[in-house]
Design a protein around this ligand. Sequence first.
Ligand SMILES: *Cc1c(COP(=O)(O)O)cnc(C)c1O
Ligand SMILES: [Zn+2]
Length: 421
Amino acid sequence: MGEGPRFMALTPATDLGPATALTCRECGHTRELGPHYACEECFGPLEISYDFADVTRASIEAGPRNIWRYRGLLPVPGNVTDTPNTEPGLTRLVRADQLAEALGLQRLWVKDDSGNPTHSFKDRVVAVALAAARELGFKVLACPSTGNLANAVAAAAARAGIRSAVFVPSNLESQKIITTAVYGGTFVTVDGNYDDVNRLASEIAGEQDGWAFVNVNVRPYYAEGSKTLGYEIAEQLGWRLPDQIVVPVASGSQLTKIDKAFQEFIRLGLVEDKPYQVFGAQAAGCGPVAAAFKAGHDVVRPVKPDTIAKSLAIGNPADGPYVLDVVRRTGGAVEDVTDAEVVEGIRLLARTEGIFGETAGGVTVGVLRKLVESGALDPSAETVIINSGDGLKTLDAISSSVAPSANIAPTLEAFRAADLA
Ligand SMILES: *Cc1c(COP(=O)(O)O)cnc(C)c1O
Ligand SMILES: [Zn+2]
C-alpha cells in the first residue's frame, strides 16, 4: 500500500504541540512526524509519541470548555483555538440511576457523546485530524465513512473554509446521507460495503496528493482525538478513573485510545493509579473482535457486516488486535448483541434516562445488560458506558417498534374513552 504524499516535507515552522515522533505499534521503529501512517520496516500502524510538558489539573481546568482544554496532550499546534473549528467535546457525563436499577447495577454513568456538534463522537477525531492535516500542508479533508464520520468531516471542512471529499456506502441510513450533503463539499455514495469504500479511499489517497483522508493517511493524528473521551470521563468524575467502562467497537480506535488516555493521566499524576476494566461492545451481525475474544484468538478474522448498527459495521477492524490486548490486559471482555437487543437497548436507555442514542448506543446498553447477566461485569463497581451518537440519525432502526399511545379526537370524551389517565 502507498505511503501518502512524500513530497510534503515538514518546514521548521511546523508545530504539532507535544508530539515528537511516529512510532510503530508492532516493531517500535520510530520516524519523524509527517503525513505517514504505515511503518517503513514492517507496515505496522504508526502512533504518536510525545514529550508532555507542564500539564496540570489547573492548566486543563483553565482551558476552553471543549477538547482543546487537552491540547497540551494532543498532536496539534499550540494556537489551534485561533482557527475556526467545530469545538467538540466536554459532553455531559450523566449519572444513570434508573438504568442502573433496571439492570441491577449500583453506580452507572452515561458519557453522552451525542451532544457533539454533528451529534456523534466523530467530531473529536476529525477536529484533531483537521488541525494536524492543516499543519502538515494538506488542502482537502476527506474520508471513507459509515456515516457519522461523513457528517463530522463535511461540517468541520465547511467551518474551516476548506474543501471536503467524503465517500460512503450507498445503502447508508437516509438521515446520514442528508446530514452530510447539507454541508456542501464533494460527497460520493459508493455501491459497496464500508470495507470496499475504505479500500477505494486508500487507493485514492495514494494518487491524490494533498487529500487528507482523516482515518487513512492521517490516521495516527485522527486516532488521538479519541483520547479526549477518556480525559473527560476522568475529569468529570472528579479527577479519578471508573472501575469499569463499556465502549462500542467499530475499527477499535475509540476503545484503545480511551485506555491510552487513562494510562497518560496516571503517568502524569493527574489521577490516582488504580485497576480498571475495559469492555468492548459489538453487534452480532458485525462482531469480528467479539468472536476473536471468545475464541481466545490474537488475530481478528474479517466478516461481512449485516446489522442495523451501521456506524459499527467495519468487518475488518484496523485496531481489532489492539482492542483484544487492552481488554485482556485489564481483565475485561468483548461481547456482542443481536439487532433485536440493539433496539431494546435504544428503548431502555431512552425510557430510563431520557437519552435517545443511535444504534451504537443500543449496542453498548445491550452489551452492558449481557455482561451483568453473565457475571463478567461487577454490578457493585462504578461503571461508565459511552453513548457515541444521536438516535435522530438512525430512526429507521426503531421506527417500527415505537408509536404514540393512542390517536384520539380532540374531545374530553375521546380522551376518557381511550383510558389513558
Ligand atoms: C465511529 C463510531 C464508533 C467507534 O469507532 P472506532 O472506529 O471503533 O473508533 C462508535 N460509535 C459511533 C456512533 C461511531 O460513529
Ligand atoms: Zn514496524
